[in-house]
Design a binder for this molecule. Structure first.
Ligand code: PLP
Length: 398
């Protein structure tokens, strides 16, 4: 019998969203007349923008004609999209070479797949609470994980502790689930730590498009020195509603190099290119054409208009929290609002209270780590009417 990867025995059962669905389904079956409002799952609700749809349609037509049909494309992505991403970074003050940009089918796959490039004896540092993919993928590989406490004392923005060494550090900013965002000085401290410790930062910027305060960094490469120690993952999922269409991009700088035990230089950029050309056959041409439209002047306007709708919802939620004196995090540069459950309640009990008393669904913080035990996440991904109604009901609880 083949030996299975026993590290999978150490991966915790992912019951968060299935448990939420189970409890919501049981409630709606018993109370069919009640209108349940969902502010739980972090999925977008608005349809793709007009220019994206136009571009997708015309790409579909191209696929139907011999002269314009496309077969296998470059594994790293078509140059038209890599250029559009390069220009986007340039507009945000970051210069990248085209071959530092890798188009992907989303940030989830790449944040997981990047673990292929690192030795299993690296120590991985992950903030708690956190997007669970970082922990699960490293557990599958059998790597040691150390946790960094994010809590109200550090505004859910933990800073490096010089007495603790980590080889790989995950940073997600704006953060899921807390909505907290590092400023440039704070990111600089992380970059300095990584350079001193020869560590690599895996920076997840999936929510950068929600940043509204101009001085906050949208990319870790806005920080000097980051190209020597960081990889960045981004996605059109939240920027442009691509959660079901699937397109993202990963930046692997050529300056990120290390020495092998025999003294040879190893380049993470070259390794990622080798990995992708071996294990990945690219994102569909049609999807990449849709993604290209996001980066056009008109496409960006349309994407921003969508983000603004979610931002308004976030503001409605945040304003309610302020009115009721509930301490919360996020909600300004993020679609997530993260707050402490009342009366020291644990997050699953508060989930049940919300569901049963006011018929509003959120996400219990416990699903993101131990520091989330008494916290709760609401999302701006619904329409205004539902968000207003959910908050009207929410006020009853406080
Ligand atoms: N990174 C974070 C922090 C996320 O919250 C999510 C999705 O919710 C992703 C990555 C996944 O993005 P994608 O849809 O591009 O795979």
């Amino acid at each position: 019998m083949a030996k299975f990867n026993e590290n999978y025995l150490n991966v915790k059962e992912s019951y968060l969203f299935s448990e939420i669905a189970k409890r919501v389904n049981a409630y709606t079956a018993a109370n069919p007349d009640k209108k349940v409002i969902r502010l739980g799952i972090g999925d977008v609700t608005l349809p793709l923008a007009d220019d994206v749809i136009k571009s997708l349609h015309s790409a579909v037509d191209e696929m139907g004609k011999a002269e314009t049909f496309k077969g296998y494309g470059p594994e790293q992505g078509y140059d038209f999209l890599r250029r559009a991403i390069q220009d986007y970074y340039k507009r945000n003050g970051v210069t990248l070479d085209l071959d530092e940009i890798f188009v992907s089918d989303g940030a989830k796959s790449d944040t997981g797949n990047i673990t292929d490039l690192f030795s299993v004896d690296n120590v991985v540092m992950v903030p708690d609470p956190v997007y669970p993919v970082y922990v699960d993928t490293n557990t599958m590989n059998g790597r040691k994980i150390i946790y960094l406490d994010a809590n109200a004392d550090n505004n859910f923005l933990p800073m490096p502790d010089k007495s603790v060494h980590a080889d790989i550090i995950y940073i997600c900013s704006p953060n899921n689930p807390t909505g907290a965002v590092y400023n440039k000085e704070q990111l600089k401290e992380w970059v300095d730590y990584a350079l001193e410790n020869d560590s690599v930062i895996l920076f997840d910027s999936a929510y950068e498009s929600f940043i509204s305060e101009e001085e906050l960094p949208r990319s870790i490469f806005a920080v000097e020195g980051a190209k020597k120690c960081a990889v960045e993952f981004c996605s059109l999922s939240k920027t442009a509603g691509f959660t079901g269409t699937r397109c993202g991009y990963t930046i692997v700088p050529k300056a990120l190099v290390s020495k092998a035990r025999d003294g040879r230089e190893m380049s993470l950029n070259k390794m990622w290119n080798r990995r992708q050309t071996t294990k990945f056959n690219g994102v569909p041409y049609i999807v990449q054409k849709g993604a290209e439209a996001v980066f056009s002047v008109e496409g960006m306007k349309q994407a921003k208009a969508m983000i603004n709708i979610y931002r308004e919802n976030a503001k409605i939620i945040a304003d309610t929290m302020k009115k009721k004196n509930v301490k919360f995090f996020g909600g300004v540069n993020s679609p997530y609002i993260w707050f402490e459950c009342p009366n020291n309640m644990n997050s699953w009990d508060f989930f049940d209270l919300m569901l049963n008393k006011i018929n509003v669904v959120g996400t219990p913080g416990a699903g993101f780590g131990k520091n989330g035990e008494n916290y709760f996440r609401l999302t701006a991904f619904n329409n205004k009417e539902n968000t207003v109604e959910a908050m009207r009901r929410f006020e009853i609880l406080f």
